[in-house]
Design a protein around this ligand. Structure first.
Ligand code: B3K
Ligand code: ZN
Length: 877
């Protein structure tokens, strides 16, 4: 595990496996201290292998070899080689049967990859390379086989024994033990293997598929959580129906199981028929989970379910192709959530997340293409770029070839590659085939890192006249990619008249339309429009965020205010406000002074919005929110994050101070929101209520703090309780302490809610951040071995607590560096992830940036994991 120099793996070195595995049997003698695994496999030389007599490579990581036979006999001297990566077996015939007995140690496994113990249960995480921590195996995604798994364990400690597929046998054994045998009829790669042994309660439901088959749905949780499963099960059924209706995809096994686990490195895992979930994305009750939690659970449940086709039935040839399944599955889950949400706000949320997290990644030292071409540690490539930008690529493909053609392409893709491990090129080739288009230029999006910058300029020639749009594009250099080529950018646009209606026109030889998708594929292109039905008051650009680019359209304040008031595209409307906010911040930082005329115009536009009875509450709530500091930082080469945060908060205060009356007037219309309803509309109204409260507190509205206290006290749901807490969390005020103390007492024994308490404390900029940090680490509920808890403290401290994280004496960096070092010894994957805020040192003003770099260099001089070393080395390069 401790490896001083990470050696890179290159896409160009890909070779098909030397052997195929025709079938696999795994016998587990399960115990937390030591588990013995007997692995039997039938292997045959792969006709597609490059070298005809290549040895069989079986990876193993921290696994003890007990015995090894080939066709029943010990391999002859010298044929079995053990090295740092595992086993190499030479001299194999055309086909052979191997039997390997090996041992692993679940209880000591704090990495949470492979087989490990969590809350007294045993479970697995194999993607991407965890299977090799369970047994020796050609653990790569293009080795697919069928699995028969026998689990044997103590009957009292582990009454539930689960693995992928269908249970075909079970029974009692002597000595208080029992067993179960599971068979998965579908070909799968080892990263989709899973087992669970534990004492768990099962909540059941059923789902009848579109062809009339009944599927058993089983949700396994610890007994005391049995009353928090309804939402997850209902979400699962909605997702199953949606995949049938929107994508024609039907579930294939007789049972679909989900197990909630307390200690988990990420959100969830799509193992075939047996999903393992971070308990955070399963358990929900109105008292413990906020509306945001409910929505997140629904979307993660859907995401993992959708993987059954995009990932499991059709999988990745190698890990460079990760976005093949992740980008596509994120796209599919976004479509699902959009279907459950109101008025395009889901799209706005997705864009906001892309801008706050993926754009900075694409502009920083860890930038990489959606399909990377080399990596030192694949776990570090489960990134916003592979997932979220990957989903944007799928969305652009749909925009370019049209919805119906795209849908047909997906059908062909799933049918043609069912049971195979393929590449993103295979995916794009299908879309090219069904659309008859040359998509080769589009593929640059997969191989080129960095966010393209697009500039738009327009000229008009009176009513009934002509319009000309000139678009240019440029992508800045990223590590290892100095020179960039133009990419294919679908730009959705409309012209709006003085009442906000769309103007019609046509492009030369084209039909009369009121919205266009312009395809920018060169460095610069001009698009001409004729016979405009009116003269445009505003242009609505990049509607629906039709491409993941940074657009500069040089629009005036009046034009933006017009879009904010009228645009029928929710994204474009929100974007108009965001552009105004960004401009105001930029002026404050660059000119050291507020642009008072601009800020007055923004305030005026916001006032009009607050008077608008027609706007959906959830959209209003979303528009009123200023961009977060980490997104704003991207506007500048280098910036002092503490000052940026202060300017942002001050702008918010100044803009909303004159609007407190207007906000107060809306509030009575939202008095009935804590009503237990979970419709999109009800959630949107709660969101607005909480947003108004928070903005009023930020704007120093004297009445707002007692209202927050009252809201907390009266709350019947976690959404309203957290709404009140969030509103006062930046106030150095007794109210904050009183509420937080009450909250801690109330939820001390409820890990998922306690995480919210940790997050509020760590993320608050109120003075005394380091003392609070110390207190959290001393809290009886804090555990270094629980990723949720560690993330709840370190995450918000680095993401939201600029004042302390970026304290100018470097204390914040040293603390975080120290925590990362400590965590790395237990859980490298989570440590490497939590180190990432430190890698952004070049964006931070020189004095602080140098201290961040110094902390990275201190870590680099230590013996750290390959995961962490990879991140640090790229950050310092
Ligand atoms: N495929 C898993 C992620 C595995 C991450 C490994 N470090 C969950 C998902 O994307 O659905
Ligand atoms: Zn996924």
């Amino acid at each position: 595990m401790r490896d001083a120099s990470p050696l890179a793996v290159y896409l160009n070195d890909y070779q098909p496996p030397a052997f195929v595995v025709e079938s696999l049997e795994l016998d587990f003698d399960l115990a937390a201290a030591a588990t013995e695994v007997t692995t039997r496999m039938a292997v045959r030389r792969n006709p597609e292998a490059v070298e005809p007599d290549a040895p069989l490579r079986m990876y193993g990581d921290g696994v003890e070899l007990v015995s090894f036979t080939v066709d029943g006999a010990k391999p002859a001297e010298g044929l079995l080689e053990q090295d740092a990566e595992g086993l190499l077996l030479h001299g194999l015939p055309e086909a052979a049967r191997l039997e390997i007995v090996s041992r692993c140690h679940p209880e000591q496994n704090t990495q949470l990859e492979g087989l490990y113990a969590s809350s007294g249960n045993l479970c697995t995480q194999c993607e991407p390379e965890g299977f090799r921590r369970i047994t020796f195996f050609p653990d790569r995604p293009d080795v697919l086989t069928t699995y028969r798994v026998r689990l044997e364990a103590d009957r009292v400690q582990y009454p539930v024994l689960l693995a992928n597929g269908n249970r075909v046998e079970a029974g009692e054994l002597d000595g208080g033990r029992h067993y179960a045998v599971w068979e998965d009829p579908f070909l799968k790669p080892s990263y989709l293997f899973a087992l669970v042994a534990g004492d768990l309660a099962c909540q059941r439901d059923t789902f009848t598929t579109m062809s009339g088959r009944e599927v058993q749905l089983e949700l396994y949780v610890e007994a005391h959580n049995a009353d928090r499963c309804d939402h997850a099960l209902a979400s699962l059924k909605r997702a199953m129906r949606f995949d049938e209706e929107a994508f024609g995809r039907e579930y294939d096994l007789d049972v679909y199981m989900i197990v909630a686990v307390d200690d988990f490195n990420m959100g969830a895992m799509e193992n075939k028929g047996l999903n393992l979930f971070n308990a955070k994305y399963v358990l929900a009750s109105p008292d413990t989970a906020t509306d945001d939690d409910f929505v997140a659970i629904e979307s993660v449940i859907a995401h993992e379910y959708f993987h059954n086709w995009s990932g499991n039935r059709v999988t990745c040839r190698d890990w460079f192709q990760l976005s093949l399944k992740e980008g596509l599955t994120v796209f599919r889950d976004q479509e699902f959530t959009t279907d459950c949400t109101l008025f395009g706000v889901k799209r706005i949320d997705d864009v906001a997340m892309l801008r706050a997290f993926q754009f900075p990644e694409d502009a920083g030292p860890l930038a990489h293409p959606v399909r990377p071409d080399h990596y030192a540690e694949i776990n570090n490539f489960y990134t916003l770029t592979v997932y979220e930008k990957g989903a944007e690529l799928i969305r652009m493909l749909r925009t370019l070839i049209g919805r119906e053609t795209f849908r047909r392409g997906l059908d062909v893709y799933f049918e043609r590659f069912d049971g195979q491990a393929v590449t993103t090129d295979d995916f794009v080739a299908v879309m090219a085939e069904v659309s008859g288009r040359n998509l080769t230029p589009f593929k640059r999006w997969y191989t080129q890192a960095g966010t393209p910058r697009v500039t738009a300029a327009t000229s008009f020639d009176g009513p009934g006249g002509q319009a000309r749009i000139t678009l240019t594009q440029e992508t800045p250099p990223t590590p290892g990619q100095e020179h960039k080529e133009p990419v294919v950018i679908p730009m959705r646009v409309a012209f709006l008249d003085a009442e906000g209606r769309r103007i019609t026109a046509h492009q030369k030889g084209g039909e009369v339309q009121d919205e266009w998708v312009l395809e920018l594929s060169e460095g610069e292109q001009t698009f001409r429009f004729e016979e405009l039905s009116d003269s445009p008051t505003a242009i609505s650009w990049l509607r629906g965020f039709s491409a993941p680019v940074i657009l500069n359209a040089n629009q005036g304040v009046d034009e933006l205010a017009h879009l904010l008031a009228y645009d029928d595209d929710a994204f474009a409307r929100w974007e108009a406000a965001q552009t105004l906010f960004r401009r105001a911040i930029r002026s404050r930082i660059e000119h050291d002074a507020a642009d008072t005329a601009l800020e007055a115009a923004i305030e005026h536009a916001l006032a009009a919005l607050l008077r608008d009875d027609a706007i959906e509450p959830v959209l209003l709530a979303t528009i009123l929110q200023l961009p977060p500091t980490r997104e704003l930082a991207e506007l500048f080469e280098r910036v002092d994050p503490v000052r940026l945060r202060n300017e942002r908060d001050d702008l918010e205060k100044r803009l909303y101070m004159p609007l407190t009356d207007a906000m107060q007037q809306i509030q009575p219309k939202l008095d009935d929101v804590d009503n237990g309803a979970f419709t999109a509309e009800a959630m949107g109204r709660r969101q607005l209520r909480n947003r108004l409260l928070a903005l009023r507190v930020a704007a120093r509205d004297q009445a707002a703090v007692p209202e927050a206290l009252a809201q907390y006290q009266k709350a019947r749901s976690q959404t309203m309780r957290m709404g009140a807490l969030n509103a006062v969390n930046e106030l150095d005020h007794e109210a904050r302490q009183v509420l937080l103390a009450d909250f801690e007492k109330r939820y001390r024994d409820d890990p998922l809610v306690l995480d919210k308490y940790f997050g509020l404390q760590a993320g608050s900029q109120v003075a005394g951040g380091f003392e609070r940090l110390d207190a959290l680490l001393e809290h009886p509920g804090f555990r270094w071995t629980n990723p949720n808890r560690v993330r709840a403290v370190l995450g918000p401290f680095m993401a939201r607590n600029e004042r302390h994280f970026h304290q100018d004496d470097g204390e914040g960096y040293r603390r975080m560096g120290g925590f990362v070092e400590k965590l790395d010894a237990m859980n490298p994957q989570t440590a490497a992830r939590l180190a990432q805020p430190l890698t952004r040192w070049r964006k931070v003003d020189t004095g602080r940036g140098e201290q961040m770099r110094a902390e990275l260099e201190r870590l680099a001089a230590l013996e750290v994991s390959r995961d962490l070393r990879d991140v640090i080395e790229r950050a310092l390069a």
